[in-house]
Every structure is written in C-alpha cells, then in structure tokens.
Design a protein around this ligand. Structure first.
Ligand SMILES: O=C(O)CCC(=O)C(=O)O
Ligand SMILES: [Fe+2]
Length: 320
C-alpha cells in the first residue's frame, strides 16, 4: 500500500485546472488507502515548533495541575486525559499515552449548549502556562481553515460545489489534541501499544507527528505499514463520517501507534468534525439503485457521542 505525498499549494491558487489535479490525487489516495501526506500547506514550521513546545510544557506540569482539568470533570469532553483513560482497541488494555483536548470554546450560557448537544461548552485550560489559551485557539482556527481547504478538494473530486462542506463548520465539533506517549522500556514478547488500532470518527484528521515514528496503517490484507514522519508535512486520513457520507468511496482505515523502541513521542492531531446537527447521510452522487446507502443517516454529534462512549470508560454508564 502506498501513502502518497501530495503538494496542495495549488489549492491556494486561482488555477482551477491545477486545483483539480490536486483534488484527483487526493481522491485516489482516499479511495485506495484513506491516507496521504500533505506538503505546501500554510502552517509554518515556526508555528509547529511553538505548538510542540507548548505541548511539552503542558505534559511537564505537575500531575495535580493536569488532573485539576481532567476530562472526566468536563460536561463536554475537554481537558486532560490520563494514561490509560482511552482504550481505542477493545482487544488491548488502555492506551499508554496522555492527552489534552480542546475545541470551540463556548460560554456556559451559549444557546447551543444543552442536553441535546452535550459536546458543546467551555474548554478547560491549565492556569500556570502564559498564553496557553491564546496559542491553542489561534492554532485551532488555522488548522480548521486547512481542514476546510482539504475538504474543498474532496468536494471537487466528488462532483459537489467546491465549498459544499464550508457551511457545516459554523460551530464545529473539531478538536485539537496534544498527545504524549511516555518512554516505555521494551519488554521481550510484549507489544507496547501507544494507541490501539482504531478508525477516526470525523471527516478527516490532520496529524502532526514528531521525528520518532510509530504510526502504522493497516492495508487491505491486514498488514501494518509504517507511516514514518516526513519533515514539514501532515498525515491526513479519512474518518468514519466521510466514509458514511461517501458510502465508503473513501476509506476510514484502521491505524495504531506501535513503537518498538519505546521512545518518548509527541503528536498533535486535529480532528476535522462539523457542527453537531450536521446531517451525515449518503451524498446523492455516492449512491444509486445498484449501490444503495450502506449507513443510516445520523447527526455528526450523535455519531461522535456514540464513538466516545465506546472508548472512554468514564462515559460508559455500565462500567462507571
Ligand atoms: O499519535 C499518532 O501518531 C496517531 C494518533 C491517532 O491516531 C489518533 O489520535 O486518532
Ligand atoms: Fe487516529
């Protein structure tokens, strides 16, 4: 399986022929492996260095400060996720990683917040890091713009209006996440699973990973293929919502983080997820009488809640 590297700079030009070429390359990658790398994006290396330093500073905080903003204290699934809090692969114990999640920061009295839309609400931020909120939120909006640009290429490839997905991001559920995989001494015969095998839940994921490596993608024969870090690039992959929208034209491919060396590693995914009430049902040009929709319509928010409930013990009513 090939994970292509695609230069997306033409998506920022006015040349529609060149835009279409990029859209076709992305379309092929999404149909074949569901994974590709991008270069030629507008996120600077200086910004990435800044965000990496912020992530390292966050995870280096005293445990007490991190657990003061534990995700289990949030009504809307934001904040610090302790080691083993998430279990992405039900066949394996909890993931050996700690996380920090932030998203659209709505005040508690915002009209969108309520029992029907439990993923909206305020973020939880650490108190002692100067400019943390401002840096996170600036990066959040820049990553969202990048996500919408990639979605515009998918829209073109699917024969939709170029900006088809844009109006689905007025109050996005998109999440910016820091991940820290601590150093783990390799043990003979034991698999060190940083992130268990899973598919992502949203439209697409835009992943920055540091130089250590360990991300693996499952090919159609079930073999695990390395997706090594490539300087100044992001790894993009299709999530479940886009697979549902496209009736599996685009593949939401299983992946995991498996680090044989057990070295410490940092990564930073941005999960591109639309507004809570977005209807995710098969797109007209992805189904026909011969190929009927494979999935029931569902709202983006209900789908996310279903996914989180399956992977976080604190959300699971039976075990909580
Ligand atoms: O850390 C990584 O490289 C991948 C993480 C991942 O797949 C996820 O958070 O969904
Ligand atoms: Fe993932």
């Amino acid at each position: 399986m090939n994970i292509p590297l695609i230069n997306i700079s033409s998506l920022y030009s006015d040349n529609t022929t060149e835009q279409m070429e990029v859209a076709k390359a992305i379309d092929t990658a999404c149909r074949e492996s569901g994974f590709f790398y991008i270069q030629g994006h507008p996120i600077s290396q200086a910004r990435i260095r800044e965000m990496r330093a912020l992530s390292e500073a966050f995870f280096a905080l005293p445990e007490a400060e991190k657990v003061a903003i534990d995700i289990t204290l949030s009504n809307n699934h934001r904040g610090y996720g302790r080691m083993m809090a998430e279990q992405l692969d039900p066949e394996h114990p909890g993931d050996i990683k700690e996380t920090f999640d932030m998203a659209l920061n709505l005040p508690t009295d915002h009209p969108l917040i309520g029992p029907d839309r439990p993923l909206y609400g305020p973020n939880q931020y650490p108190q002692s890091l100067t400019d943390f909120q401002q840096k996170m939120e600036r990066h959040y909006w820049d990553m969202l713009e990048l996500g919408k640009t990639i979605l515009s290429a998918l829209a073109m490839a699917l024969g939709l209006e170029k900006r088809f997905f844009d109006d689905k991001f007025a109050h996005p559920l998109s999440v910016l996440r820091f991940i820290h995989y601590p150093e783990v001494a390799p043990q003979a015969g034991k698999q060190h699973i940083g992130a268990g095998a899973h598919t992502d839940y949203g439209c697409i994921t835009i992943l920055w990973q540091d130089e250590i490596g360990g991300l693996q993608v499952q090919d159609t024969r079930g073999e695990w293929i390395d997706a090594p870090p490539i300087e100044d690039s992001f790894v993009i992959n299709i999530g479940n919502m886009m697979a549902r929208w496209s009736n599996d034209r685009y593949k939401s491919t299983a992946h995991r983080v498996f680090s044989p060396s057990g070295e410490e590693r940092y990564s930073m995914p941005f999960f591109v997820e639309p507004d809570f009430d977005t209807d995710v049902s098969c797109l007209d040009n992805c189904c026909s009488a011969d190929t009927p929709p494979k999935y029931e319509p569902i709202s983006a928010g209900d789908w996310m809640i279903y996914c989180f409930n399956n992977t976080y013990a604190y959300r699971d009513e039976e075990t909580a």
